[in-house]
Ligand binder design. Structure first.
Ligand code: HAM
Length: 438
């Protein structure tokens, strides 16, 4: 049969694979790094008392239209929407908050307990032009806290995200924070901003002209240099805040100070989703480019009610795995080579397999990651393969070693080797080889 053309992955998507699967793949796509970040997430969330939720990948389109807002980029341009066989309009989730709120209301989680704190990890879908750090399918981890309007809740949530980044080893991050007030302040500010911009309307970029009526606050987000220049003299949202909102924001800032989390108040930060009010924030790596926000969130005290639930204060964040891992590997290039494997056994004879199977099992049950090359290839080929796998230690067992019940252990990094009796090898595995994985 003629060989068929292979089918390529769709545009804007990527595979997450073990490092050994595709050596050409960029390191941030290696699953070992994803697992490390997931471990940190699960541990940190548990310690902050957030429970995991696993929600559907698609929901009714209306849910996203009603929560993110018709004028948001997500709803107006980026949704993967389709009709199913029953002619229902469904949408691949572009973000996680709407689904969590839907479940919170539908399951009456507010009746079970007066506060609920949850987190999630999973793929999201947005149809946008693929570029570095922007994909059509991307993974977010996010957290949502329902029930408390206390500023301490804002601080706890920001601290949790900050802790995740810190535990991963990210350095010099910038926390940008702002308060965009309640709906009343927002309406007043909207009018003030429109009044200021109206005489310059013709000078605004095409995108900002569209936003002028629909969502003028989003003009503050514009990256267009002329828009930026016009905005220099614009009124500031902080001038429109009510005193209770100002007090809330001051308490959030004081709490961050008390925890030693540095921040920059950023008056132009408004965020692209309609559901936010009061505290909004973004965390970026030190070098600023337009796409590189690592994680972001804010309060959404009106969303639960606007989707049919009881009035419930809430706050949340979400962060993209891809950007976080890219920043991590940029800051720690030495961590790029990823292997979780601690030892590879290479039997040189068939008769070496039974003792190797025993020893491998003992080590695995003690918690070590151990592989066996069953190929019985030439030693040179086995060592070449071990090198590609990135494993630091290999244990060789041939006729000579078998007779003496010994193993030859090679340190692939240093190029040294030593011969150890089986019992010594097993008894001293921890101090000699135990910390060899990344
Ligand atoms: P968002 O700002 O739209 O917020 O996205 C949060 C994060 O997801 C971004 O900072 C970025 O790391 C990542 N992200 C977004 N779009 C893409 C993309 N196309 N490719 C790669 N990464 C991307 C939300 O999604 C809100 N639901 C956050 C939230 C939760 N607010 C309250 N609760």
């Amino acid at each position: 049969m003629a060989r068929r053309e292979p089918i390529a992955i769709p545009k804007g998507l990527f595979d997450i694979l073990p490092a050994s699967f595709s050596l050409k793949e960029e390191a941030w796509r290696h699953v070992e790094h994803w697992q490390k970040l997931e471990d940190i997430l699960h541990t940190t969330a548990r310690q902050y008392a957030y429970q995991e939720v696993r929600l559907p990948i698609f929901e009714h389109t209306e849910l996203f239209a009603r929560s993110s807002g018709e004028s948001s980029d997500i709803v107006s341009k980026e949704m993967y929407t389709f009709l199913d066989k029953g002619e229902r309009s469904l949408t691949l989730r572009p973000e996680g908050t709407a689904g969590v709120v839907r479940a919170y209301i539908e399951k009456q989680a507010y009746a079970a307990q007066d506060f609920q704190k949850v987190y999630y990890i999973g793929p999201m879908f947005r149809y946008s032009r693929p570029q570095a750090g922007r994909y059509r399918e991307f993974y977010q981890f996010g957290a949502e806290a329902f029930g408390f309007d206390s500023p301490q809740q804002d601080i706890e949530l920001i601290d949790m995200l900050w802790t995740v980044y810190h535990r991963l080893g990210l350095k010099d991050l910038r926390l940008l924070i702002n308060s965009i007030g309640d709906m009343g302040c927002r309406d007043r500010y909207r009018e003030a901003l429109q009044n200021y911009l109206r005489p310059h309307f013709n000078l605004l970029s095409a995108d900002s002209q569209i936003r002028f009526e629909m969502n003028p606050l989003r003009i503050l987000d514009s990256k267009d240099p002329q828009d930026q220049a016009l905005l220099k003299g614009a009124p500031c949202i902080s001038d429109s805040l009510e005193s209770s909102t100002k007090d809330h924001f001051e308490e959030v800032l004081a709490g961050l100070d008390a925890l030693g989390i540095p921040y920059e108040v950023c008056p132009s930060l408004v965020r692209g989703l309609d559901y936010y009010n009061r505290t909004v924030f973004e965390i970026t790596p030190p070098a600023i480019t337009s796409q590189n926000t690592l994680g972001a969130g804010g309060r959404y005290d009106d969303l639960v009610a606007s989707l049919g639930g009881p009035k419930t204060p809430a706050i949340g964040f979400a962060s993209g795995f891809e950007r976080v891992l890219q920043a991590y590997l940029e800051q720690h290039p030495e961590k790029r080579a990823a292997t979780t494997l601690q030892l590879l056994f290479i039997p040189l004879e068939k008769s070496a397999l039974p003792p190797i199977m025993q020893m491998a099992r003992t080590l695995r049950h003690q918690g070590y990651a151990v592989a066996i090359d069953f190929g019985l290839k030439k030693l040179k080929n086995s060592l070449r393969q071990a090198d590609k796998l990135g494993v630091r230690f290999v244990a060789l067992l041939g006729d000579e070693e078998l007779q003496k019940s010994c193993l030859q252990i090679k340190d692939m990094q240093k190029g040294t080797s030593e011969v150890l009796p089986f019992e010594t090898f097993l008894a001293e595995f921890q101090p000699r080889y135990g910390s060899s994985h990344v």
